[in-house]
Design a protein around this ligand. Sequence first.
Ligand code: HEC
Length: 693
Amino acid sequence: MYVLRTIAVMALTLSASIVLAAGDVEWPINGGAYNIRYSPLTQVNADNVQKLEVAWSYDSHDAFKDSEMQSNPIVVDGMLYVTTPAMKVVALNAATGAEVWKFDPAGGVIAQRHFRQRGVTVYQDRLFVTYRNYLYALDRKTGHPIDSFGVSGKVDLREGLGRPADKLSVSASSPGVIYEDMLILGSTVPETLPGSPGHIRAFDVHTGTLRWIFHTIPWPGEAGYRTWPKNAYTVSGGANAWAGLSVDPVRGMVFAATGSASFDFYGANRVGDNLYANCVLALDARTGKRIWHFQGVRHDVWDLDFPASPSLVTVMRHGKPVDAVAQITKMGTVYVLDRLTGAPLFPIAYQKVPASALDGEKLSKVQAYPVLPRPFARQAFTEDMVTNRTPEAHAAVLAQLRSLDSHGIYTPPSLRGTVLMPGTDGGAEWGGAAYDQASGLLFVNSNEQPWIIRMVTHDTTSLYKNNCASCHGDNREGSPPTFPSLVNIGERRTRAELIAFIREGTGRMPAFDYLEKNVDEIVDYLLTGKDTGVIDPKVARQDPNWLKYRNEGYILFRDPDGYPPLTPPWGTLNAIDLNSGKIRWQIPLGEYPELVAQGVKKTGSDNYGGPVVTASGLVFIAATNFDKKFRAFDKLTGRLLWETTLPAAGNATPSVYEIGGKQYIVIACGGGKNGAASGSSVVAFALPESVPQ
Ligand code: HEC
């Protein structure tokens, strides 16, 4: 049934001219079938979109400071499944928004933590969701764990990776995909060391048994093993498909886009190209065997993960349709690869890049630069781009920029400090791209926001500095709001909460359970400021994960008033013609309400969450952090056709479905990004009955 539906949706995506049979139209897969965020529905169109109104809205009332909702709602059999800020799963009536059941994997006990969860996977009578290191199978009717799956309804994702489970930190922020009777899943692992391997796994949907595993950090004898040091397969981490996977059900292929190897910014202990990090991987969905791979960044030391799972598109080449894979990047580029072979469909230039001045770092001599399509984000932050918002902001940013290395992508991390532009959050991010085959247009939103990465010598005798300072700073000051300050944390958190945070991790913070009794010593330090957990530097250096350098923090480069430090646009929406490689249109996306009040409009802003495109030619996207808008654009021109303000920013991808002859467009409104207010509602829009349909 499920597979049939998938193929029906696929057939529709492949031929917009097919008329829909009577019946409901679902959104059964995260990112839509083929991961192209396309809906065949046409009831809402350019003529009536202005009349859209709220059909229903649901509030889970569990938002907290900086909490988010990244979930793309799944709609099957008249039910809608979505995750909430506190990582609960809720089932709603998709026509009314009425709650049917709720499942709380945390059991309601643990403090509010910023785990991220981009939604659920549905297979027949069951639903899969991840929470911390667990994969749960729930009964779709009741929300109760299915006892026959794994151990009491869950599988521990740290097990079966070939290393002691209690030393690993593994979760999954993106839902898995279904192929036949398997759930195929990527993972979220630490970006620091000690790492966990980002292997891709297929689990039996009924029992939770491991059916296959693909080693993204290859084992001896496997292809790619020589692109790492000999022992990497036992100690290295990362190369994980955190943004999810895409399935071609007809060909039986699964596609993954992987992130960097850990540690993100210094790779002296992982000399080599580090396959299969920063790759598009095509695997046989039945066996997990590699069919092809394409590496976008060799030996990444810039955190240039492929941030979204591949979009499975069909493009025109010499008048013929060619099935391809479109991979958007944090660099603000898109690779278009033949789906069967991985061969690039547009030219790629391999250009020389600078060497690193850090001891022991051996960077790749060349990196790939796609010639077409051209980048959709600026490729460096240079002096001519310094903000002119006010003379003071200009002067301050110029002085800071001159103190840093800023030569665009592949500027090596340095002790002086390096500007990452496009930055750690893109270019493109996890919202993914939407594709409309009729026009050949790929829609992708992008950030234009530089980050700063500064390396410091990692010669330390402090447990805190060794494990925590790369994110929370040497003096616990963090880089809020993304990396919170831990100064006076005792006033906000109990000892038990601090221990839970450190042992179990939260959001981008890995779990430090392996520190065992040292966890207590670190908590003592956080509460008293006295570092009792001192370690001998000689002992520290014998650890295979000891590195000479670490980063000083992840710093968002803002002007003194908190705005991006460069001239607008600060965020864009782009339509890229995948047939010709040309950018058809590019518009600023988002505004700062307080700047609009001063007459400074159309600046674009930080944006997270993706677009959808409908057969009627509309592109729907929220994503913008500060104006909380949800907008519809004409797919061919980028003209704004409709906008409304959401209760909190819609940092998620909308879903489009039809029930009882009515088309709905639904979005999770969780906010909470880069200091924006948080929310906990899901809002569905539809046309009022009075509009002729
Ligand atoms: C890779 C980056 C990273 C590392 C390393 C890291 N953290 Fe965190 N930590 C975070 C982030 C990010 C958050 C905020 C939660 C979120 O939004 O994901 C956080 C949150 C916290 C919080 C909760 C703060 C609050 O305001 O409630 C505590 C406590 C904490 N970290 C302690 C530690 C300690 C102690 C260590 C070292 C053992 C550590 N962290 C290492 C990234 C990190």
